[in-house]
Design a protein around this ligand. Structure first.
Ligand code: 0O2
Length: 256
């Protein structure tokens, strides 16, 4: 009996090591994507004085969820098969403030040369029948380890805060609910998704208007000059100075 137990123990240890190495590749891929996003965030902020990313959330699918999904999708039970057929073991969710930010962030990710974009599903242009809206990217990321380079899938979901609010609650409401959902509930849920979309549009319009106003103010301020008169500072905007120059020109012409 002794040797058999020993073999079982060794086999168990080997299996444990294999699972740990398998999961580590995804953990490292997530860390790589997170670092890439942080770099983009910081650089974009520096150049444009604006950050299109509100929040980044990463998650590693648990071994239990991997097994459940494999059973649900009829995926062969082996690590190699999970690696080939499961694209969301590593998942990143990016929340953006506005719709246009989603595409900016997606473009920045897709332009990275070491990232292979396997698939792009645009559920914003083509929402799911239940109202779900989000941009999904399936990426392949090279993970450099001590003895090998492994390319692993990472699923990136990019959406606005309003889309995320809807999706998180929808997920919570229907999680593990496999029975038929009453029609009035699906109808109301879809209406809620439409409202979230309206809110997104409204907030983005407000953002555009304020940006325009800010830019005009900045233009005025950047060319303004300060005049000190009787120890009081006056900020003279560019338009005011142009007007004075114009008046000055006219009076000079008249005199001549
Ligand atoms: P979980 O628990 O979030 O991981 P796949 O199931 O990934 O093999 P599919 O369904 O074609 O293939 O992929 P899709 O449509 O891109 O969906 C992948 C993930 O997007 C889901 O993962 C959800 O996280 C999210 N998602 C898709 N549709 C909906 C939806 O209607 N409502 C909500 N709340 N989330 C959605 P999982 O594994 O289904 O779930």
């Amino acid at each position: 009996m002794e040797p058999v137990n020993e073999v079982n123990y060794m086999q168990l240890n080997l299996m444990k090591n294999n699972i740990t190495r398998f999961m580590l590749a995804y953990k490292f891929a997530l860390a790589e994507v997170e670092t890439k996003l942080k770099i983009l965030e910081e650089e974009f902020q520096l150049i444009h004085e604006y950050n299109p990313i509100e929040h980044i959330h990463t998650r590693l699918k648990s071994p239990e969820s991997i097994v459940t999904k494999a059973q649900r999708k009829n995926i062969h039970f082996s690590l190699a098969s999970f690696k080939e057929h499961m694209q969301d073991i590593a998942g990143v969710r990016i929340n953006c403030s506005f719709n246009s930010d989603i595409y900016k962030v997606s473009d920045m990710i897709q332009k990275q040369q070491d990232i292979e974009v396997v698939e792009c599903k645009d559920y914003i242009k083509n929402p799911k029948p239940n109202g779900y809206r989000s941009l999904h990217l399936i990426l392949k990321i090279p993970v450099f380890m001590s003895d090998r380079v492994e390319k692993v899938f990472v699923e990136v979901q990019i959406r606005t805060i309003a889309m995320d609010f809807w999706a998180s609650l929808e997920h919570k409401i229907f999680y593990k609910y496999n029975k038929a959902v009453p029609t009035f509930i699906t109808k109301e849920l879809k209406e809620a998704a439409v409202s979230a979309n309206e809110l997104d549009k409204k907030m983005e319009n407000l953002h555009k208007e304020i940006t325009k106003i800010k830019q005009n103010n900045e233009a005025d301020e950047s060319f303004s000059t300060t005049v000190v008169e009787s120890s009081t500072d006056y900020n003279i905007p560019l338009k005011f100075m142009e007007m004075l120059l114009e008046e000055n020109k006219k009076t000079t012409v008249k005199k001549n």
